[in-house]
Design a protein around this ligand. Sequence first.
Ligand code: NAP
Ligand code: MG
Length: 502
Amino acid sequence: MQDTSKVTDTTPAKTTGATIDLPGDWRYAPSRQSSAPVTIADRYGLFINGGWQRPASGEWFPTINPSTEETLSEIAVADGADVGRAVKAARNAYEEVWGPMSGTERAKYLFRIARMIQERAREIAVLETMDGGKPIRESRDFDIPQAAAHFFYHAGWADKLEYAFPGIDPKPLGVAAQVIPWNFPFLMLAWKIAPALATGNTVVLKPAETTSLTALFFASICDEAGLPPGVVNLVTGAGETGAGLVSHPDVDKVAFTGSTAVGKRIQADLAGTSKKLTLELGGKGAHIVFDDAALDDAVEGVVNGIFFNQGHVCCAGSRLLVQETIHDRFVDKLKRRLATLRVGDPLDKNTDVGAINSRAQLDKITDLVESGVADGAEIFQPRCDLPERGFWFVPTLFTDVSQSHRIAQEEIFGPVLSILTFRDPEEAVTKANNTPYGLSAGVWTQKGSRILWMADRLDAGVVWANTFNQFDPASPFGGYKESGFGREGGRHGLLAYMDTGI
Ligand code: NAP
Ligand code: MG
């Protein structure tokens, strides 16, 4: 756990040398969420056609807890033959059961699944935290309730699709191949599966290699909910399994959330086919803080936007553009707040910053932070006693960042904030838009007209005003530029899974 009584900039290269004194030692005692309610099997097979199947390859891989490095379970590696069986099961279920089923009947299944997620929310949250490293506060209070909300929301649409798009008789597409990342494993699954099922499609989903356990838990929910066999199928494995799934010829729709590099490859693979595609990719979101903003609120928003959940958030506010006149005051407030963040055991209910999801991701963050130091930016890290085992990264601020630095351009996907300044709104917009991405932005000012002026000009799928990271299933989410295309959530999100004949 972090020692918050004194905060020192520890990095040897070009540091501020600042020490921040905080009053006394006021740390909370640990309050650990028990993992007792969770049962994890030694091994998980593939969930195909309503049952558990052994992988054709006979191969399995370990999934670990990134905060302890202990192996939690072994997961099946699905190869081409397994993917083929899963797609066939989804095709049969689409043609024989789910496609012909009325929206009213489909809605009942979705409601049932939503209720079961609520009933078992604590188990799912603990499992998510153990397998992925995110703080239990995040999985308990955000990921799992939001996932249930997505199923409730889409259950409501299932029998009203003709009203969603008046004058159009929308049809399902068929079999949806869905591939998701490791940062919001259960929530991304809900974002994918709920709209697909509501609109009458069947699904083959591949979770990320490091975080398959809650998806496998979801399979047991589908089973208990009596969902007809083949409507939802899960194939686990590495990138090749995902590649085999999206390129399978009998898939009608591909929905991918992950890195821009992989998204581009999938788009190239699908070129010339009739498959419908949506891509939710990376981001380099900017907070823009004007001098009239409520600064303490903005500090909280900035901290929430990048440090909670270890910066493993596609729409994270990983850049801060702060108006020049308030730069020093704002950065000082931020450093003080950083000093109070608790880094450590993700199952502790007081933890703000949990474990980095994998060693590979930790290496990537470390490499980019080193590039920031080498490029001449000034680094600040509070003093932090990190656990001996597991993957951890100290919350980090960079000042004196220039737009050409890698830390200002590339997605770090870790608890690292790059701070730049601006003088007027035009400059703020130019700098905010100066990345290949276009996923999110946050504007902090008391002037409503300025918020609207900025929102018009920012290349971002979502612009939050005087808040950050607010989500609702009714609100469409998605990107511009290299952050992808298509929307998830809301009425727009339904379109990604339907043939409207237009
Ligand atoms: P990733 O490496 O692209 O992986 C995403 C998923 O694709 C994983 O299941 C992965 O399997 C699989 N995959 C890897 N190579 C593949 C291929 N050639 N064909 C098909 N599937 C393949 O991304 P990540 O590192 O897991 O996730 C972080 C990224 O996701 C970040 O860039 C983040 O911004 C983005 N993200 C975007 C959103 C959004 O809504 N825009 C939301 C969340 C995350 P393995 O796990 O086995 O490699
Ligand atoms: Mg894991």
